[in-house]
Design a protein around this ligand. Structure first.
Ligand code: FAD
Length: 413
């Protein structure tokens, strides 16, 4: 689909500036160098890949073992477009790329893909940087991008020397990340520079984050932090299975993160968001009813829930908190317990962010309409996806896609 041959425009290959040293930028840099371009990466932090390494702390979930079709469905409003990006650089391609750097991966029982246990995230990053060096990619850390200059220039501050300079590359890849975990460098401050050239960025919103619930003081004191395993959580017609964590401020866990778009939409409409918790998602309603019918007078609710449903603390306290000491409809309390969410956790704590450059501002190859030759990749684009490897895969796929787009654009296609 895209030309991959080295450009032939003269003895010195064209220079491509990649701004942002996260996975999207570094993969674009690798692909561009492999295609024969001269590549310089500019990163404002002292080291590249900080959020990539943070992602490794809780299990380094690189991608997902799903096929491209089912995987694309996780990219919400951008599902169709991501189908094309994932076909171009697929989960299989990502695993081959890691293997080529000496990092073997495996598909876990949940379908998530991880590096084999002997490989630390830093090993992958080290091997990757070695490969980039071999390819001639120059990485300039502590270089902050300050905006555009003229039709194709970029303004930088070299923080070690205090020098301001302007670079005029043949093409630019911006891969500046979203706005969660700003301590990793993804501070979202770059939106002002895009806005200066007329690109109206969407406001940042937390994605894949915890939900806040106004628990009573009694509940916080008694329950503190406690997991609820093998549950199903629903919001706005979407249901997600998994494990959640009750905390003193609300809820955390994969199902909560996956429902962030629905919770956010409800909160934006001005009302608290309603979650429904099914504590026994594997029991058919008739079986729940059969077991409930066996309750004897005088059996306490905690004892009955424990013996008939294997629902043990903190579940009785949770039911008491949300459905009262004697729930009028126990079947509903067990299978569709309403939980009112009053807010989402702050953006700085979120795993990812929604917002950034709208897709209407880029062409099919992720090049800015308002600035030909400038491409945009990774989380700085306005898309979101749940945890499960979809975030990194999305960043890698956009990185590979813009590299191909630059090659195509340079050849005048
Ligand atoms: C706690 C946590 C756990 C995660 N776990 C996973 C996981 O297991 N699986 C998964 O798929 N995803 C995970 N993610 C998400 C994943 O890490 C991100 O989606 C991904 O790193 C985004 O890549 P990116 O290249 O778009 O941006 P980033 O990785 O954010 O990189 C952007 C870079 O641009 C630089 N930059 C910004 N502004 C400037 C500027 N003005 N000048 C120069 N440089 C600049 C930043 O310093 C940064 O290094 C996790 C994220 C977090 C926070």
């Amino acid at each position: 689909m895209f030309p991959t041959a080295a450009p032939t425009t003269g003895p010195t290959p064209p220079l491509v500036a990649v701004v942002g040293g996260g996975p999207a930028g570094l993969l674009a840099a690798q692909r561009l160098a492999e295609a024969g371009f001269r590549v310089r990466v500019f990163e404002q932090k002292a080291t590249v890949g900080r959020k990539f390494l943070v992602a490794g702390h809780g299990g380094f979930n690189l991608t997902n073992g799903e096929g491209v079709g089912p995987m694309a469905a996780h990219y919400g409003a951008q599902a169709a477009f991501f189908g094309k990006l994932l076909a171009h650089f697929s989960p299989t391609d990502l695993r081959s790329w890691a293997a080529d750097l000496g990092i073997a991966t495996f598909v876990g029982s949940s379908g998530r893909v991880f590096p084999e246990s002997q490989h630390k995230p830093a090993d992958l990053l080290r091997a990757w940087l070695r490969r980039l060096r071999e390819l001639g990619v120059e990485v300039h850390t502590r270089h902050r991008w300050l905006g555009f200059a003229g039709a194709s220039g970029l303004r930088f501050l070299a923080e070690t020397t205090g020098e301001n300079f302007t670079l005029t590359p043949a093409a630019t890849v911006l891969a500046l990340g979203g706005a969660s975990w700003p301590q990793t460098g993804s501070d979202g401050h770059w939106t002002q520079f895009l806005q200066e050239i007329g690109v109206p960025c969407q406001p940042w919103q937390p994605a894949n984050c915890g939900a806040e619930v106004a628990w009573s003081a009694f509940f916080k004191e008694k329950v503190g932090r406690a997991p609820l395993k093998n549950i199903a959580l629903s919001c706005g017609g979407h249901t997600v299975r998994g494990e959640i964590l009750l905390t003193d401020y609300g809820l955390e866990g994969t199902p909560v993160y996956a429902l962030t778009p629905q919770v956010r939409a409800a909160l934006a409409a001005g009302s608290p968001a309603q979650l429904h918790l099914n504590l026994k998602p594997d029991l058919p309603p008739a079986e729940v009813a059969r077991r409930l019918a066996q309750r004897r007078a005088g059996t306490s609710l905690p004892a009955f829930l424990g013996s008939m449903f294997s629902l043990r603390p903190p579940v009785p306290t949770l039911l008491r908190e949300l459905a009262g000491p004697t729930p009028s409809d126990l079947a509903e309390a067990i299978t569709a317990l309403p939980i009112t969410v009053v807010g989402l956790r702050p953006l700085a704590e979120a795993i990812s962010s929604a917002g950034g450059v709208p897709f209407a501002e880029v062409d099919e190859y992720l090049m800015l309409h308002r600035r030909p030759g400038t491409f945009v990749a990774g989380e700085m684009l306005d898309w979101e996806a749940p945890t499960g490897g979809y975030l990194l895969q999305g960043c890698f796929s956009t990185g590979a896609w813009v590299a191909a787009g630059v090659a195509r654009w340079q050849q005048g296609a």
